[in-house]
Design a protein around this ligand. Sequence first.
Ligand SMILES: [Zn+2]
Ligand SMILES: [Zn+2]
Length: 247
Amino acid sequence: MNILIETHSHTVASGHFTRDTITDLARAAQAKSIRLLCVTDHSPSIPGSATENYFRGLKYCEKKRFGVEILYGTEADVMNESGALGMSDELLAEMVIVIASQHPPCFKPADIDTNTRGFLRAIESGRIDIVGHPDDEKYPLHAEALVDACKRFGTIIEMNNASLNPHGYRGDAKARDAELLKLCKEKRVYVSLGSDSHGAAHIGDFTYALSLIRECAFPEELIVNTSVPLFLSLLEPHREARKNYHK
Ligand SMILES: [Zn+2]
Ligand SMILES: [Zn+2]
C-alpha cells in the first residue's frame, strides 16, 4: 500500500510532549515519502495549547516545505454532548482540516450515550473531516451509530496509530478499532490512518494501524491516505460547511 498522507500531527504549539516545529515535521514527512502533511495542533480549549491568534496566523505559513504539501488545521475538542467544539466558529472556518476528538480536560468521560451524542452532534454540524481516536477505552461509544453518522456526513473514521501502540495511553483500542473497521467495510465508510505524532519522531508511522488493517482485510480503496485527490475532495464539503455555519 502506498501511503502518501499523514492526517494527524502535533507541533510545539500543542503545548506538550514536543518542542518540534512545523519545519521539523515537514522534514520528517519528506524523509518518509509523505506528500501531504496535515498539521493538526490541539484547539485552544486544551490547557497549554496555542491561542486563537496562533491559529489565525497559519494562513500566512508556507503551504509547501521540502516538497511536502501542508494542510493547516486543528484537532478540535468536542466540548459537550451538544457537540460544541473547542475553537470559535469564525476560526474553524479558516481551518483547512478539522479532526474532532474527545479528551479528558474538555469532555469528561461519561456513559456510552453521552459520549456518542457528543460526537454525533459534532458530525451533524457538517464541519468535521475526521473523528479522532474513537477507540479510547475511557470513552465507550455506540460504534454503529458513529459509523452511520460518518456515512451520512462524509466524515472519516480515524485509525490512530498511537492508540494502537501496545504502550499507548488509551487502553485496549484494538477491539473497538476492529469493530469500527468491520462496520466501515460493510457500510463503505472511509478510514484515515493518523500517527498522532507529537513532534517529528513518529510522522508517517502507521505500523500498528496497518497491521490491524491487514488483520481485518480492510479494503485499500477506503483508506484515504492512498490518494491526495480523493482526500482533498472529501475535505471540501466540510470546509464549505464551516464557512457557512450559523448556529
Ligand atoms: Zn487527541
Ligand atoms: Zn492528536
